[in-house]
Write a protein that binds this ligand. Structure first.
Ligand code: GLY
Length: 350
């Protein structure tokens, strides 16, 4: 896990990586995991890389609800039926759901079979496929079962984003904003300097990969610094889950972006972050993402969800907050009462 030389590369077009995949695939049986959305990318890869052309494909159903143990079992059955051995290779092609699920399946099949990630979404390229976290959802909670296991290689090819719907691009972009906020103010400025369609997306991918892989290389198992990457996610995950419960689901990044605004509000209320910085963050994020508004009566649900999160102890909620733009602070533990009070204030005055 978490090699010194991290296996994540941003490339420009298939010519740059077809030989790398061919070399890794040599003399191995290859198995591809994808979904309907990434099938076109699989066909493209198969027609350009000989070693992949005949590979059996397991197509997972669309959506996060398929990131389950039952689907994992189906993939293990598929691997067994095709006589996959530990020296063979799995190639995950898709968004974060596919790389999380496929990475998990690979990391425990016969105690671990090598895998490659070829993310086809911005979220996959700059977050999910980097850092060796794999996982599935369990009992309505995200990523409760999983492993730390690095792919042999994660290949991030911006050309594969061409057919990605704009809302998916925006969803992934929230993670880039997070990278800037917790680690690099200049990068945040770049990301918020223009509308997303005018930004140099290849540069964004490269910079985010650099920031995330740097953080992960110092703390692969999330004991300290890696917690910086949780900014916006403590509240973001609970919002995501609330909206799912209400049958008005939102995309992960939209919930995270709103989580960043709310957590920045809390940081300014406890005098960690200046009011001026909070205002900049709020207005920059609301220029890109719709504010999620919830009823005051929903706040207890958010709190219950946060308390059950695997990162939290019984009484307090563990946050990563901001001290300023470009500098996150981990392990800010706040009581449930304080979080409730601040969220009520946020939803009454914003
Ligand atoms: N997505 C946050 C992390 O990889 O730690």
């Amino acid at each position: 896990m978490a090699n010194q030389i991290l296996p994540y590369i941003r490339v420009e077009g298939i010519a740059e990586y077809s030989s790398k995949i061919s070399a890794l695939a040599k003399n191995k049986k290859i198995f591809i995991i994808c979904d309907q959305n990434s099938l076109q990318c699989v066909k493209y890869l198969q027609s350009n890389i000989n070693e992949l052309s005949e590979a059996p494909i397991f197509k997972v159903g669309l959506g996060e609800e398929n990131k389950t143990l039952i689907v994992s079992q189906k993939i293990w059955d598929f691997l067994l039926q095709n006589n996959a051995t530990r020296s063979d290779l799995i190639v995950n092609v898709g968004g974060g759901m596919i790389t999380d699920l496929g990475g998990f399946v690979a990391s425990v099949y016969k105690r671990g079979i090598s895998y490659l990630n070829i993310p086809t979404s911005l979220l996959g390229m700059i977050d999910a496929s980097i850092g060796g976290k794999t996982g599935i959802n369990y009992h309505h909670y995200k990523n409760q079962i999983g492993t730390f296991s690095d792919p042999k290689l994660a290949i991030c090819d911006p050309h594969l984003l061409n057919s990605l719907p704009k809302k998916e691009l925006l969803s992934g972009f929230a993670e880039a904003l997070k990278h800037g906020l917790v680690f690099n103010a200049k990068y945040w400025q770049l990301c918020t300097s223009k509308p997303i369609n005018q930004l140099p997306i290849s540069e964004i991918i490269t910079d985010s990969i650099k920031i995330k892989s740097h953080i992960v290389s110092i703390d692969p198992y999330e004991k300290k610094e890696r917690k910086l990457l949780n900014l916006g996610h403590t509240i973001g995950h609970s919002l995501e889950s609330l909206l799912l419960e209400k049958k008005t689901p939102t995309l992960h990044g939209f919930a995270v972006a709103n989580g960043i605004v709310m957590e920045s509000f809390i940081a300014s209320e406890i005098k960690l972050l200046s009011r001026a910085c909070f205002k900049i963050i709020k207005s920059s994020i609301y220029k890109i993402y719709q504010p999620i508004s919830i009823d005051k009566s929903d706040i207890p649900f958010l709190l219950e969800f946060m308390k059950k999160d695997k990162k939290n102890s019984f009484k307090e909620i563990n946050f990563t907050l901001l001290e300023r733009i470009g500098k996150g602070k981990i392990d800010v533990n706040l009581s449930e009462g304080i979080v409730q009070e601040k969220l009520e204030k946020f939803f009454s005055i914003g």
